[in-house]
Design a protein around this ligand. Structure first.
Ligand SMILES: [Zn+2]
Length: 406
């Protein structure tokens, strides 16, 4: 497709998310902001909260721009974990310096600014809360979401994403709050094919979320593309059996996790500082995009580990269906074709699809194993160990943890 055609596509006024999905369009999501911005030095691993919208707005803006250039149709506000209770958990953010309102509001302004540069939609995002994990109940948990919703409505976001829920009950409560705004709602759980952390099956979770008002349901984070697609397949089967209709969405990790248990990648010994050997290649992400499409998923994006080049890979794989390549492909001829220009003949010989499609990349680590033994998750919502605290973990508390969990 010519540059002119790409430009026309980018200049089109965006229709609503449901209008586009109902018309059979593929919606490409963005990637994982907290993981990408942690590596760039703007997010702290541990709390994983998005104060960067206030502290380093140019870093957040640039990452949005890169995802837009890679072909994302959705700019999700960088409001992951931006409920007041999470921002202040364990002494993380000083509410005198900035408020949850500031963090959420700046996120909306940045997302809209970049979305307008390329005809993308803005999605306000909420995620799981310490209030729920502390067992404080529906009223208090929904209050946390309502505060964020107020900011999203002020900023006129296009739709809402409730994501990263380990318990379908909390996701239902979030969906209800989102639905009350009148905007379209996408809800995703961070679970695999074995169900949520209270033992509700993955299929039943999807049924409950649609009944709670979700227009789009699916899975994000915690598991690799293969496991995520296996989980969404269960959702699809259960929704069909219940006679319910919803669009499907997947935003998996860009890390291979064949060895995880029900709690996902946070139980891996490499989480979160040594996951690099598990990163999916762009070619593996192309395979994911094709499999998701074949399964009937039409909102296809990524979560932690997904960098802009992974989203570009989704767009390149689905270019025949979408009818165009993203601006980011101007410097990336599909399937390594740009290597024709390489000076070395053996590298020029890699300018073909069969080479990259069949490659089994090595890790380069002579003594690294292909799999790890994950920690065993053992506690869930309501457990004493998960109760929210406003002060940081003390040295004594850490000593106890090192001796019992080390
Ligand atoms: Zn994630």
């Amino acid at each position: 497709m010519s540059n002119q055609a790409k430009k026309v596509k980018m200049d089109e006024k965006p229709k609503g998310i449901l209008e586009r999905l109902n018309a059979g369009e593929i919606i490409v999501g963005d990637g994982g902001f907290v993981f990408a911005l942690e590596k760039r030095g703007y997010v702290k691993a541990g709390p994983w909260t998005p104060e960067a919208t206030v502290e380093n707005p140019e870093a957040v803006r640039q990452l949005h721009r890169e995802f837009l250039r890679a072909g994302a149709d959705v700019m999700q506000t960088f409001t992951f974990y931006a409920s007041d209770d999470k921002l202040q958990n364990r002494g993380n953010m000083d509410p005198k310096k900035m408020t949850g309102y500031n963090v959420n509001n700046e996120a909306c302004l940045i997302a809209r600014e970049v979305a307008n540069e390329g005809g993308a939609l803005v999605a306000g995002g909420v995620s799981q809360t310490p209030t729920y994990l502390s067992g404080k109940g529906k009223e208090f948990t929904q209050k946390e979401f309502q505060k964020q919703m107020h900011v999203f409505m002020e900023n006129k976001v296009d739709f809402l994403i409730a994501e990263y829920f380990e318990h379908v009950e909390e996701a239902e409560w979030a969906t209800e709050v989102c639905k009350a705004t009148g905007l379209p709602v996408a809800t995703t759980l961070c679970i695999g094919p074995d169900g949520d952390l209270h033992g509700v099956s993955t299929g039943e979770c999807a049924v409950r979320l649609v009944k709670a008002g979700a227009d789009i349901v699916g899975i994000n984070c915690h598991f690799d593309p293969d496991i995520t697609l296996a989980a969404v397949r269960k959702m699809k089967t259960a929704l069909d059996a219940a006679g319910l209709k919803a669009h499907l969405m997947t935003q998996p990790l860009a890390y291979h996790t064949p060895d995880v248990n029900k709690q996902g990648f946070i139980d891996l010994p490499e989480f979160p500082f040594a996951l690099e050997p598990r990163v999916c290649t762009r070619w593996e992400i192309q395979a994911y995009a094709r499999e998701a499409y074949n399964l009937g998923v039409r909102f296809i994006g990524g979560c932690c580990g997904f960098e802009p080049y992974h989203i570009r890979a989704v767009c390149e794989e689905l270019a025949p269906e979408r009818g165009f390549l993203p601006p980011g492909s101007e410097k990336h001829a599909p399937w390594g074709d740009g290597l024709r220009l390489h000076t070395k003949p053996w590298v020029r010989a890699r300018a073909r699809q069969t080479y990259w499609k069949n490659l089994k990349p090595s890790s380069g680590r002579p003594f690294s194993a292909s799999l790890s033994k994950p920690d065993c998750w053992g506690v869930t919502a309501g457990d004493q160990e998960l109760i929210q605290k406003t002060s940081n973990t003390t040295d004594d508390e850490l000593k106890t943890l090192f001796s019992t969990k080390g």
